[in-house]
Design a protein around this ligand. Structure first.
Ligand code: GAP
Length: 513
């Protein structure tokens, strides 16, 4: 646990030191759970968004994109169920005055039990050596089975109580498990209450005529209300999808864990409209397609797992999360939801407008079913960034900090370094920059010894360093150094574009098997 916390602290300080993420309004001591993306962060974020958009929109003939407004007619949120049901169960600690999500306190308690299981596995693996069979051990070891049953019983009870709105039982569970305030250890809790997560705002100049609005808590509703406009103007045939990226806002109670849970964040969502009755198939297809998208980035298959939901949201007939192993454990990164015809039907009812599709093959109209894929861009940023930050022991006994970002996502693709600041080397380096910058985001760096510049670019996540030396003046060759292997090659200046492109082009990454 302490190791995880250390790694997470390193992630936070590296993100700031290398110009990836800053706290919002830092000079005023910041705003809780709101962050700004800095000069490198904005590039990484844009590259993740582009990688998603390319794979979801550009590579799918039957998916198109939109960019709906953040402010929507307030009835949208009545229809979607957010006004009545977009709540989190919160609990306050009377001594510390800190507020928590009751379900998160209970889930964190279960995570601690999971930690005990992991310890047992490690101990047994050491004892049995090569003969160790993890699956068999998990299925047969008495102590481990006891832990697993305890977790299952706790989560089942919590799920049932939340479903039945039995908040008194949620509190009783917290007390029975003797869960304490993580910051102070106090067990002096208030009752559990429901808390709506939407931010309110007003539209209009005068207090009397102003209309109460909400900042959208998800981008999806902008797609639903535009379903028929897009279908008709794009002559889309079912099955088809509408994709969107954009800001969403939630007044989160537990706003810890850096950019994992923010009050202002960005989503990348796609609603796939299908014929009723085919949603199960499409749900499985999208689960697999989205997992493959994640795997294409090479962050390690062992860092992903599906979590199928037992407790479904009010609109879903099936739902799963793709969880990622963040520095603080496995947590939701993306949701895939089979949303039935709930949203379109609700908007039909509340607007009085038909939102139906005429199926020429079936010769009838119907309200399509929807399978949704929904990923938080900031969470994806954190997954990529935290997984890429590594400390490496080198053969000469020193260590280096390297940010091994997938090169397709790296903010700066190459740094061009003149070996010295004289003898015409900066001029040649500048010429290389002037040529490469049309195709890639590149940087020029002439300060400090070249070894230090390599280290700086490693920590910055730059996949290539290109060094111009005195021989370059004679033979038009440069040294290209690869961030991950530190291998250096002598190549012609004219070859640079091809070498970089091969490694950073999304085509190469998305086609990788
Ligand atoms: N339209 C469905 C929807 O919004 P969700 O599970 O509430 O579903 C989808 O959110 C994704 O948005 C999550 O998997 C997560 O990646 C991201 N997300 C949700 N709340 C967030 C927050 N407060 N901060 C950052 N990302 C968040």
């Amino acid at each position: 646990m302490a190791k995880q916390e250390d790694q997470f602290k390193k992630v936070l300080s590296h993100a700031k030191e290398y110009g990836y993420v800053f706290q919002s309004s830092e000079i005023y001591d910041g705003l809780s759970a709101v962050y700004d993306y800095a000069q490198n962060g904005v590039e990484l974020k844009k590259n993740i968004r582009d990688y998603w958009w390319k794979s979801m929109v550009q590579l799918h003939e039957n998916i198109v994109g939109i960019d709906a407004a953040i402010l929507m007619h307030p009835t949208t949120w009545k229809a979607s169920g957010h006004v009545d049901a977009f709540n989190d169960p919160l609990i306050d600690n009377k001594d510390s005055k800190k507020r928590y999500r009751a379900d998160v306190l209970i889930e964190d308690y279960c995570l601690k039990i999971e930690g005990k299981i992991e310890k047992e596995v490690k101990k047994a693996a050491k004892r049995f050596g090569d003969a160790f069979n993890k699956e068999e051990f998990l299925a047969t070891n008495g102590r481990v089975k006891g832990y697993q049953e305890k977790i299952a019983a706790i989560l089942a009870r919590m799920g049932k109580s939340l479903e039945n709105e039995d908040l008194a039982d949620v509190k009783a569970l917290i007390e029975e498990l003797e869960i304490a305030d993580p910051l102070t250890g106090s067990k002096n809790w208030t009752d559990v209450k429901q808390f709506n997560l939407m931010f309110g705002t007003k539209l209009g100049a005068s207090a009397e005529s102003a209309m109460d609005l909400y900042l959208r808590p998800e981008t999806a509703q902008g797609i639903f209300v535009n379903f028929l406009n897009v279908q008709k103007t794009g002559r889309m045939k079912i099955p088809f999808g509408i994709a969107q990226t954009g800001k969403a806002f939630r007044n989160e109670i537990v706003a810890r864990q850096f950019i994992f849970r923010m009050r202002e964040f960005e989503q990348m969502e796609m609603q796939f409209f299908v014929k009723p009755g085919t949603q199960k198939e499409w749900y499985s297809t999208w689960k697999e397609t989205r997992l493959q998208w994640h795997l294409s980035l090479g962050l390690g298959a062992e860092n992903y797992r599906f979590h199928d939901h037992d407790k479904l949201a009010h609109y879903a007939d099936a739902a799963a999360d793709i969880e990622f192993k963040f520095p603080f454990g496995f947590k939701e990164l993306e949701g895939i939801h089979s949303r039935t015809d709930f949203d379109l039907k609700a908007h039909e009812e509340h607007s009085g407008k038909k939102l139906q599709y005429f199926d020429h093959e079936e010769n009838k109209s119907y309200v399509p079913y929807v399978v949704e894929t929904s990923i938080g861009l900031d969470r994806m940023f954190l997954a990529v960034f935290s997984n890429s930050l590594q400390e490496e022991e080198l053969e000469n006994g020193t260590t280096r900090t390297v940010l091994k970002l997938p090169s397709v996502l790296a903010p700066v693709k190459a740094a061009i370094l003149p070996l010295v600041k004289k003898d015409g080397l900066p001029e040649v380096a500048r010429k290389i920059v002037a040529d490469l910058k049309w195709d890639f985001n590149v940087a020029y760096d002439e300060k400090d010894a070249v070894g230090r510049r390599y280290r700086r670019q490693d920590a910055n996540g730059t996949p290539f360093c290109i060094t111009v030396d005195h021989d370059t003046l004679e033979d038009n060759m440069v040294t290209i150094r690869h961030r991950d292997t530190m291998i250096q090659q002598r190549v012609g200046i004219s070859e640079l574009k091809g070498i970089i492109d091969k490694e950073v082009n999304a085509k190469f990454w998305l086609q990788k098997k």
